[in-house]
Design a protein around this ligand. Structure first.
Ligand code: A3P
Length: 401
């Protein structure tokens, strides 16, 4: 019958019929694929909603927080998870969240939807696993910001203050201002806002530190630091005051070519009878006198005294003490140091700034000029009672000669 009908058609009608059939096939194909795409999308949307619900559930169960993604270019410590659009940071305790994530992800994967849903739920399972490992960032305190220092290296000049700062800042929870800010002695009138602006960015749990060695010997500084924050922790590196004086002199002489000899400056009237206590390098070494002022404002428990000699001989030991004092995990250890025989000082295998072994700059660890031994002996005699007083005040015998 169909053949009879087909034979009866004219050529023109035949062409028209074929065209109509082809159009019908095309329209039907397009419609079907649209329908499929739409169904697919709808499945995906459902799966995403499921993911969100799971995430919220995780948030409640694991007591973690979720933040909308916001651009924050300042923080190199934060990973940006583009898949889910949130900032994440490592979480210290993960056990409970791990359990929650396992429950949620297994329930997601047990749903018997299409292949695309399964792949989405696989992603969601991975995301949830990641949530279990990382805490999400929302609180403003967790964003990098500048804070006034919690800890100050207040001195003493030429005792190893730079070494102390460079060594302790190897710790990931210590962030320090790069240069000496001199806020409490020179720039106090500029105000705390100015001071804070000179501090590095920190995130929650990190210590902000600053070092200005002249703080220890400047009259008004203890009172000013106390006014800023009575619980500021204070680090003081001290060294045999005679060697310290020679180091101080060496630094000054390196900047002034026509500087008099050490012996001429350290004593009055050209003999070794009277020590010139007004000469800066000598005066600064009377540590007990300056410490008295600090102890009027701060309890001894808020100060940590570091031996400058030991910082050279065994930096890991002294840095261990500093980490304990600051309530930090002992992260900086002997593994961070090596002894550079050419320089004659401990140096760093790597640091935040440089990933290759390096020593402190040329201005640290200078060769000292020869000083008359009789002058040295006289200075030792001069300092002895002040040193004894300092040992009494600190409860530490530094065993200076
Ligand atoms: P010298 O250069 O006279 O030897 P500050 O940083 O307070 O100015 O102290 C400088 C002193 O730190 C140096 O004095 C040096 O003795 C001492 N120091 C301690 N550890 C050091 C290190 N690892 N490298 C270089 N100098 C160090």
């Amino acid at each position: 019958m169909f053949i009879a009908w087909f034979n009866g058609l004219s050529n023109r009608s035949l062409v028209i019929t074929i065209l109509i059939c082809m159009s019908l096939i095309y329209v039907s194909y397009t419609f079907n694929s649209c329908l499929l795409t739409s169904i697919n999308r709808s499945f995906k949307r459902n799966a995403s909603r499921q993911l969100l619900i799971s995430t919220n559930l995780l948030e409640v169960v694991a007591n973690v927080t979720i933040a909308p993604y916001s651009n924050n270019n300042n923080n190199s410590f934060i990973n940006t998870n583009s898949l889910i659009g949130v900032h994440i940071v490592p979480l210290s305790s993960t056990n409970s969240t791990n359990n929650s994530a396992t429950t949620i992800s297994s329930s997601s994967s047990s749903s018997n939807n299409s292949t695309s849903i399964n792949s989405i739920t696989t992603i969601s399972a991975h995301v949830l696993e990641a949530f279990a490992k990382y805490r999400l960032l929302r609180q403003p305190g967790s964003r990098p910001s500048r804070h006034l220092p919690d800890t100050l290296i207040i001195g003493v000049k030429k005792s190893g203050t730079r070494a102390l700062l460079e060594f302790i800042r190897l710790h990931p929870d210590v962030r320090a201002a790069g240069c000496e800010v001199h806020f409490f002695d020179r720039h106090y009138q500029r105000g705390l806002h100015w001071y804070r602006h000179h501090m590095p960015y920190t995130i929650e749990g990190q210590i902000t530190m600053e070092k200005t060695p002249s703080y220890f010997v400047t009259k008004d500084v203890p009172h000013r630091v106390h006014k800023m924050n009575a619980s500021t922790k204070l680090l003081v590196v001290v060294r045999d005051p005679v060697t310290r004086a020679i180091s101080d002199y060496t630094q000054a002489a390196s900047k002034k070519s026509d500087m008099k000899h050490f012996e001429e400056l350290a004593f009055v009237n050209g003999s070794y009878a009277v020590v010139d206590t007004n000469w800066g390098p000598v005066k600064i070494g009377v540590y007990a006198r300056y410490l008295e002022k600090w102890l009027q404002y701060f309890p001894l428990s808020q100060l940590l005294f570091i031996s400058g000699e030991r910082l050279i001989m065994d930096p890991a030991y002294e840095i261990g003490r500093v980490q304990d004092f600051l309530g930090l995990k002992r992260v900086v250890t002997e593994k961070h140091f090596y002894f550079n025989a050419t320089k004659g000082f401990p140096c760093l295998l790597k640091s935040e700034a440089r990933s290759t072994p390096h020593c402190l700059g040329k201005t640290k660890g200078r060769n000292h000029p020869h000083i008359d031994i009789a002058a040295i002996e006289r200075l030792r005699e001069f300092y002895r009672p002040f040193n004894s007083r300092f040992y009494q005040m600190t409860g530490i015998n530094f065993a200076w000669p």
